[in-house]
Design a protein around this ligand. Sequence first.
Ligand SMILES: *[C@@H]1O[C@H](CO)[C@@H](O)[C@H](O)[C@H]1NC(C)=O
Ligand SMILES: *[C@@H]1O[C@H](CO)[C@@H](O)[C@H](O)[C@H]1NC(C)=O
Ligand SMILES: *[C@@H]1O[C@H](CO)[C@@H](O)[C@H](O)[C@H]1NC(C)=O
Ligand SMILES: [Zn+2]
Ligand SMILES: [Zn+2]
Length: 473
Amino acid sequence: MKIRNSFFFSVILIFLIVIGDSAVAFAEPIPSAAYDGVLFPDRRCCNREGKETVSACKNATRRGSAAAECEVWSEACSEAVLKVARREETVEWLKGIRRKIHENPELAFEEIETSRLIREELDLMEVSYQYPLAKTGIRATIGTGGPPFVALRADMDALPIQEAVEWEYKSKVAGKMHACGHDAHVAMLIGAAKILKTREHLLKGTVILLFQPAEEAGNGAKRMMQDGALKDVEAIFAAHVSHEHPTGIIGSRPGPLLAGCGFFRAVTSGKKALAGNPHHSVDPVLAASAAVISLQGIVSRESNPLDSQVVSVTRFDGGNNLDMIPDTVVLGGTFRAFSNTSFYQLLERIEQVIVEQASVYRCSAEVDFFEKEYTIYPPTVNDDRMYEHVKKVAIDLLGEKKFRVVQPMMGAEDFSFYSEAVPSAFFYIGVRNETLGSTHTGHSPYFMIDEDVLPIGAATHATIAERYLIEHG
Ligand SMILES: *[C@@H]1O[C@H](CO)[C@@H](O)[C@H](O)[C@H]1NC(C)=O
Ligand SMILES: *[C@@H]1O[C@H](CO)[C@@H](O)[C@H](O)[C@H]1NC(C)=O
Ligand SMILES: *[C@@H]1O[C@H](CO)[C@@H](O)[C@H](O)[C@H]1NC(C)=O
Ligand SMILES: [Zn+2]
Ligand SMILES: [Zn+2]
């Protein structure tokens, strides 16, 4: 998620300039949970007996009642999922994965070692996948291989921020940090893969696991889609850790959840002259100033007050010669909205206002929205049915008190590209724990999580997918 903040941008810039790149590879493999034991408890049980064959064990798991088979979701099914997730080996393994990724953060489209680690875990679980999508992305498949297809997504990239938390698994890469919790997202999705793999014979369709690069910068989701991430997919879900909710609380809402986010840069051009002779100039400072004032009228006068929107001018640059009217002035800023229509209306009106105000003062102007640099993020809008699905899963799995309806936020997410294409729901999962001190917002150098979230997140992801296949197939 993007939380725009000029302080952090300055931190980012400083580190980009001062430190540069230094790659640290994942030195040793993560101790994986014993796959024969944890993934296939029935098989271990049989092997321990020492007298039955693997096929007999498989038969054993296939027998049993409709309830155990989870053709209709029951408390027993939730318990079965939670049991796998909460096993001590599973929890330690999930923490190990998350810590390994946390120590070795990689920025957008550079998630080489993170992606390798994920593929190694998938290989161990005998989960098949397509690689690469969008340079470092992975599309893994669990289930029948046939329809329906439901997708779960995790983002893999870190941020150019210097970690300020002192702990055993602190980032080993100067100036880079998993300050948005994407390390936890990856661990939770690998955990979901493990749970789903133990239950593969119960799946009534196919679960697609998407490990995506470049959420923070570069529209990784859009590139994943261009490489076929959503082929056959009829619904998609994703989580984001949140410091606003206590550990393991799930939060979401129907409809708009996160804002669309765009940036603009406008160059207003006139004619330079000595400031003592303004009549020899065509003054872009006056023209750009008029534009700044008029831009404030878009949200306050043209948009519905019940439809939250923002236009902020954050840059005004006419050089630094106090005795000279400059040739050009550069304006810049950002805009947010919660509906696609409002978002693109803002974009259109920002351009019109700047260009037309320039012409009032005999100047010209050009506005750039950085479309080519992939900095436009549409609003993230939850489908009502998919939201209801997440809510039901969370309540049945974790309890009535573990679900919250949340307010929309002005942050942005590139999950919005998937949500434009297929019905989807995005939800938060709490990592706030006052005792541990995990109370800092994402993109803070003090950001940290309560790792107890990992098994809960893995179980929630897995159940969202398994139940989707049963109930929407
Ligand atoms: C397992 O089930 C299959 C098909 O129902 C059957 O042919 C086979 O004999 C069973 N194996 C054992 C060891 O029970
Ligand atoms: C959002 O609006 C833009 C511009 O009008 C359009 O290209 C895009 O398809 C729209 N997306 C959705 C989901 O309606
Ligand atoms: C916070 O973390 C501590 C230490 O792990 C744990 O004992 C406690 O239950 C946690 N609190 C919550 C609200 O999860
Ligand atoms: Zn972020
Ligand atoms: Zn994020």
